[in-house]
Design a protein around this ligand. Structure first.
Ligand SMILES: C[S@@+](CC[C@H](N)C(=O)[O-])C[C@H]1O[C@@H](n2cnc3c(N)ncnc32)[C@H](O)[C@@H]1O
Length: 288
């Protein structure tokens, strides 16, 4: 079988299985089985596919027919130009989250805290983009932290990043000039509408806090001011309909300069705010 025939077979299988974007997914899966970049597939169309590579491709197609996300099958995802390992223990990094990166990089920072670090895509991207910064990533899931640790090592950032198991800010000490978070924000009602790629394969704890989806924002905004230096920023990713509710939580937390930022599709995606004047205890100021 040639590369072109394999691609056609794989796309056909996925189409029959009701997988959206069947041709695109088949290309990624075939490229991974062949050990080449997806853009090489067209150039290799007439080449024969070795038996063991074909077997690998068939296994990939079978996994995708069970709705396993492509990133989990091939084991990685590109995010903001870097490669991140992805397993069923972490959220598959979404392109929408790059909006949060863009907003965070609009101002310099030296100490960043990422709450709910998952694969590490936010924390590690920010550290890679800001070479004089150090950062802490937290997650409640030790399995997610293991993936983040692997990505930290792969990207050569172990000397500037620290990973801590913590229920939001419970085990965090010190102050930061930037706090970022992409917390679980899908409401219980919305969970029913998600595709099986998400509900069957991604960690439940990464998707929803239950209820109206806002609980993580309530906790984070309640405590963020205690961990921000004067002028420090809080930036969170939100679901498309959550802008107004999260803006009110930022206002209640006495954050200033609150902005709701849109993603490339024009949907509300990120809320940012800044801590204004603050009365410091002597012990806190010593940490600055
Ligand atoms: C939506 S995922 C985001 C992962 C990653 N930051 C990203 O943007 O791809 C949310 C993350 O928050 C973590 N999480 C959920 N509840 C938490 C809690 N109570 N404390 C800390 N982290 C929590 C989940 O394990 C998950 O890794």
């Amino acid at each position: 079988m040639t590369v072109a025939e394999a691609l056609q077979w794989g796309a056909g299988q996925l189409t029959e299985g009701g997988i959206p974007n069947a041709a695109g997914d088949a290309r990624w899966l075939l490229a991974d089985a062949l050990g080449v970049e997806p853009m090489r597939i067209t150039l290799m169309a007439a080449d024969p596919v070795a038996a063991e590579k074909l077997q690998q491709f068939q296994a990939h197609i079978a996994a995708r027919q069970q709705y396993q996300p492509v990133a989990q099958i091939i084991g990685h995802r590109m995010f903001y130009g870097r490669r991140f390992r992805v397993t069923p223990d972490v959220l598959d990094p979404r392109p929408d989250t790059e909006t949060l990166i863009e907003v965070a990089l609009q101002a310099a920072f030296r100490r960043v805290l990422d709450l709910g670090v998952g694969s590490g895509c936010i924390l590690l991207t920010l550290l890679a983009e800001q070479p004089d910064a150090t950062g802490t990533g937290t997650d409640i899931s030790d399995k997610a932290l293991a993936v983040a640790r692997q990505n930290m090592t792969d990207l050569g950032l172990s000397d500037r990043a620290r990973l801590v198991q913590s229920d939001w800010l419970t085990h965090i000490e010190g102050v930061f000039d930037l706090i970022v978070s992409n917390p679980p924000y899908i409401s219980t009602a919305e969970m029913a509408d998600l595709s099986p790629d998400v509900t069957d394969w991604e960690p439940h704890v990464a998707l929803t806090p239950g209820g109206d989806g806002l609980d993580a924002y309530r906790i984070i905004t309640r405590h963020a001011a205690d961990y921000l230096t004067p002028g420090g920023r809080l930036i969170v990713e939100i679901g498309a309909g959550q802008g107004d509710a999260v803006r009110i939580l930022f206002q209640n937390a006495k954050l200033d300069d609150i902005v709701i930022h849109s993603d490339l599709d024009g949907r509300d995606r990120v809320v940012s705010g800044k801590i204004g004047k603050k009365i410091w205890k002597t012990s806190e100021k010593a940490q600055l």
